[in-house]
Design a protein around this ligand. Structure first.
Ligand SMILES: Cc1cc2nc3c(=O)[nH]c(=O)nc-3n(C[C@H](O)[C@H](O)[C@H](O)COP(=O)(O)OP(=O)(O)OC[C@H]3O[C@@H](n4cnc5c(N)ncnc54)[C@H](O)[C@@H]3O)c2cc1C
Ligand SMILES: NC(=O)c1ccc[n+]([C@@H]2O[C@H](COP(=O)([O-])OP(=O)(O)OC[C@H]3O[C@@H](n4cnc5c(N)ncnc54)[C@H](OP(=O)(O)O)[C@@H]3O)[C@@H](O)[C@H]2O)c1
Length: 249
């Protein structure tokens, strides 16, 4: 990687949500991005800049960049990013990328944004913008995690709900402990047995629903296959469909 791909940036804040989950707020000077896209963070490791893609949690109108990350203990970069403190240096990729953006989503009544873990990031950026509220009757945000403490960004989500009480639905899933508020288990099963759609009294239907999927590639695959059985199809530029995806690994 050459330095020309990177700009020098400074950490403004590192928010630690749990032992493993953290959000980096960064200031620097990169080009424009769209809500839903990803940038890159990098650090100099053994004389090389090691970079990885991270979705923007910040929205384009905000004057800082925010990224939500998990510390993968055996990983090369994420444990080092987790240690950064305000004032530390980090490299920021010059160019944003990615197609998990509302510009790529065909017209529909309802928008379903389905995530696991840190895959909620791009959807938080999207709900901070005006576009989903102008375009869709219902905007559904689904966040599936192992443990309840990993249901982060609740304050922001509550704010969005207060701003759009009838239009916005937030559905948490917690798979590895019992709670009295989240759906249990995994998203594909809750689609198969109807509990997800019953919870918010809204059905995913070909012709009226657009689905965006982000996070764990196995979840993305399993949800896609579940929806394909109902006749929904992948959204491609040449052949518009209903399902748009981004895998984090
Ligand atoms: C388009 C894109 C956008 C991404 N955006 C984000 C983001 O916003 N936030 C984020 O945390 N990661 C994101 N990732 C993953 C990120 O780029 C890194 O792979 C991750 O931070 C681990 O880096 P590492 O060098 O520590 O480990 P690596 O050596 O890259 O280890 C990779 C392994 O870590 C695990 N892993 C990687 N990412 C995650 C994750 N997010 N949650 C759980 N397990 C994971 C997988 O088992 C994977 O095989 C994104 C990846 C892609 C391709
Ligand atoms: N540094 C630390 O201390 C620390 C601590 C914890 C984790 N970690 C790291 O973080 C990684 C895990 O991150 P994570 O919990 O965000 O990710 P995850 O394993 O993707 O789990 C998030 C949610 O996705 C669900 N899921 C998994 N596969 C699915 C599928 N095929 N279909 C539908 N849903 C599915 C999980 O359900 P299930 O529970 O049923 O799998 C869980 O509810 C670990 O690999 C580890 O590297 C680090």
């Amino acid at each position: 990687m050459s330095n020309s791909n990177w700009v020098d940036a400074k950490v403004i804040e590192n928010i630690h949500w749990t032992d493993a989950l953290y959000s980096l707020k960064v200031e620097g000077d990169i080009g424009a991005y769209e809500a839903g896209q990803f940038g890159r963070l990098g650090l100099m490791i053994d004389d090389n800049i090691i970079g990885r893609p991270y979705s923007f949690v910040s929205a384009p109108h905000e004057d800082f960049y925010e990224f939500y990350s998990i510390n993968v203990p055996e990983g090369l970069l994420s444990p080092k990013l987790a240690e950064l403190k305000a004032g530390d240096h980090v490299y920021l990729g010059k160019k944003a990328n990615g197609f998990l953006v509302l510009n790529e989503i065909p017209e529909s009544e309802d928008l379903w944004m389905i995530s696991t873990g840190t895959g909620i990031g791009p959807f938080l950026s999207i709900v901070k913008t005006q576009e989903p509220w102008k375009r869709f009757k219902k905007v559904v945000l689904i966040h599936a995690v192992r443990h309840a403490k990993e249901l982060t960004y609740r304050e922001l989500i509550d704010q969005i709900k207060a701003q759009h009480p009838d239009q916005f639905e937030y559905v948490p899933f917690v798979s590895r402990e019992e709670t009295d508020f989240a759906l249990p288990g995994r998203i594909p099963k809750a689609l198969d047995n109807g509990t997800l759609e019953e919870r918010i009294n809204l059905k995913i239907e070909n012709g009226k629903s657009q689905i965006m999927l982000c996070g764990n590639p196995d979840m993305v695959k399993d949800v896609r296959e579940t929806l394909e059985k109902r006749g929904l199809t992948k959204n491609l530029r040449r052949t518009p469909g209903n399902i748009s995806t981004e895998n984090y690994w």
